[in-house]
Ligand binder design. Structure first.
Ligand code: PLP
Length: 425
């Protein structure tokens, strides 16, 4: 029995499903999750000493690869000065200044410890600011696991949502309306019917939690226009896309100005940091300035912030994002070429340092299309690649990530491994 198997058996005795976050359990691909021991650059080593090229990157944060020396040094130095104070520190001010200078839509920002906290707080803020309750989200977008967001569409197009998780009160879910991503017509209908009650629209401007789906032209602009016209707060959830799809996130890529933005993942560089920020007028509703309560014992934690700051500073290097995007593009173009050579129905695309792989002929544009992809084919691909030392996300519905540590040779090796896998398809 492998060491990962042994650890997984032990884990299941005391941790539900053996994991501290469900997708790690490999349920959708089958088999035993790999327990990791060491990460360096683009590679991870599992508990059995096997090495893998890592295309998960801790689900997005590790844009510089594992254990970047400058990030580790910053963490060590911060840790030596004390792990937490529960009082303000200089590094938080520096982080807030940097985030507001990098994202023009941010006039003020508050730090939290996870993406879930950031979106949950941004929604409460939007509701408090507007004095309205109704929230619009899109099927297939994930915004963390707070009650208002674990909601699926009701029975009719504009009927209010139902809980998508046990433990979420139906009374909470009915304040969320779930629409189809990339469907501007539905948005228009929703605002026509409920406009005066809508507190906020929350969206992943590039959707990365139903594999990768790009916004259709006009979708984000329609959303912006409707929110402005009806006095609703537009929240871009950039927990994944922030500083990942480009230097200004998805809002920079599509030239959009949301009212609020949520951040996480990359801004912590592998440590727990989230943030929400935006228009000063809205942010002024947060306690202690305003009536909307939000707090955190470890918010702005100096060790976590040190990792985030060190990461964000390295992203400012000239040409960083061009090189990152080039890496992701050569991966997806290479995989598409070898799939085509062997007649495998497969498509792929990248946006900045994110990519999507789909076992279907064309890249999907909607949740329904992504759900039509061939899941058994993905499972085969996943395990075949894992066996050759390539760690992709263990689900057909997750985006992948390339880091700055992935070399041209790493990506070529991955494409060559896929070539071999597809040749026996
Ligand atoms: C990961 C993610 C979250 C949740 O962040 P956590 O840190 O896991 O709580 C929220 N929104 C998006 C878009 C994400 O990708």
């Amino acid at each position: 029995m492998s060491r990962s198997q042994q650890l997984f058996e032990r884990a299941q005795q005391y941790i539900p499903g053996g994991v501290n976050s469900p997708v790690r359990a490999f349920r959708s691909v089958g088999g035993t999750p790999r327990f990791f021991a060491v990460g360096t650059g683009a590679r991870v080593t599992d508990a059995d000493g096997r090495s893998y090229l890592d295309y998960v990157g801790s689900w997005g944060p590790l844009i510089l690869g594992h254990a970047h020396p400058a990030v580790i040094a910053a963490v060590q130095q911060a840790a030596a000065n004390g792990l937490s104070f529960g009082a303000p520190t200089e590094s938080e001010v520096e982080m807030a200044e940097l985030l507001c200078s990098l994202l023009p839509s941010l006039e003020m920002v508050r730090l939290v410890s996870s993406g879930t906290e950031a979106t949950m707080s941004a929604i409460r803020l939007a509701r408090g600011f507007t004095g309205r309750d109704l929230l619009i989200k899109f099927e297939g977008c994930y915004h963390g696991h707070s009650d208002s967001l674990l909601v699926k569409a009701g029975s009719g197009l504009l009927t209010l949502g139902n809980p998508s998780s046990g433990g979420v009160p139906a009374d909470v879910a009915r304040h969320t309306l779930v629409l189809d991503y990339n469907d501007s017509g539905q948005l228009e209908a929703a605002f026509a019917e409920h406009g005066a009650a809508i507190a906020a629209v929350i969206v992943e401007a590039v959707a990365g939690n139903m594999n990768l789906i790009a916004p259709r032209s006009g979708f984000l602009q329609t959303m912006r226009e409707l929110c402005s016209r009806h006095g609703a707060v537009l929240i871009f959830d950039e927990v994944m896309t922030g500083f990942r799809v480009g230097p200004r996130g998805a809002q920079g890529l599509y030239d959009m100005t949301p009212d609020l933005t949520t951040l996480g993942k990359v801004i912590g560089g592998g440590m727990p940091v989230g943030a929400f920020g935006g228009r000063r007028e809205i942010m002024a509703s947060i306690a202690p300035l305003g009536p909307v309560y939000q707090a955190g014992t470890l918010s702005g934690n100096p060790v976590a912030v040190a990792a985030g700051l060190a990461t964000l500073k390295l992203l400012q290097a000239d040409g960083f994002y061009d090189a990152l995007a080039q890496g992701a593009r050569s991966l997806t173009e290479g995989l598409v070429a070898v799939a085509r050579k062997h007649g495998v129905p497969f498509s792929a695309q990248s946006i900045g340092g994110m990519f999507g792989l789909y076992f279907r002929a064309q890249c999907p544009q909607t949740y329904a299309e992504v759900m039509e992809s061939d899941q058994p084919a993905f499972r085969r691909f996943f395990h075949a690649m894992l066996d050759t030392g390539h760690y992709f996300a263990p689900s057909a519905f997750e985006a992948g990530f390339v880091s700055a540590a992935h070399s041209t040779a790493d990506i070529a090796a991955t494409v060559a491994a896929a070539d071999a896998v597809f040749s026996n398809w």
